[in-house]
Design a protein around this ligand. Sequence first.
Ligand SMILES: [Zn+2]
Length: 292
Amino acid sequence: MTFKNNAQGGGRVRRGGGGGGMALGAGGGIGGLLLVGLFLLLGGNPEDLNQGAQQDPSQGAQGQQLENCSTGADANANAECRVDFTVKSLDAMWAKLLPAQAGIEYAEPGVTVFTNQTQTGCGGASSATGPFYCPNDQTAYFDVTFFEQIEQLGGSDAPLAQEYIVAHEVGHHIQNLEGTLGLSNYNDPGEDSAAVALETQADCYAGIWAHHAAQGEDALLEPITDDQLATAIETARAVGDDNIQQRSGGDVNPDTWTHGSSEDRQNAFMAGYQSGNMSSCDFLRRGNYRDA
Ligand SMILES: [Zn+2]
């Protein structure tokens, strides 16, 4: 359990369509590219790999609201409701924090859950794609069956670990609002690349959420326990490039990294979690945040 059982909310997340007969064959859509090698796991910027046409930002808001996601107890029992409540909690935090610390007004991202496949502003996505944020329609996409797959990488499927992933993707939306997301270039990877800086920054932003999520009278979350925190760290480590390269049987080659090492990702999450401040996540060295 992470949410207060009597927390009220829901209605924030939409269900994506099945893609309307769209073919997701070899090479088609984001999923086809992913099969090349988990390259887009927790993908930062699929746009680089699949140039989608600019679309109306409201496109991602289409679809039905989730049913039976009205209380924290629903979010504790159901993974899609958990996404819904996590986004509601993220909205509340970023609406205060982003103007206060970065001088930028927060605009809510679209958030879509889907099963099997769906169409996005960045092309077709399938369950194999993994969660990602599409800047073209400013929408984060989740197939919650991914959360179970994370265990195969040594990560945790526990609620706070799932919430870390949701908060990471919304972190990319924050970067989009900051105007920095476009610096990510998977064609220019490496442990010192902008891509890694942006991915670890999204981990750090997820840590900021965990820092604030249980604070205040309106908090939707129960206080985070050490055991829960450990599950989020486990998952942050699991999606490290070195871990993924090892587990897929390849050599560990930092020159090809796009998301950072297990150590980097854990440290980034913890930096945000411990401080609660965007200045702790300034991996692009912009120097323009103020603690508040
Ligand atoms: Zn990412």
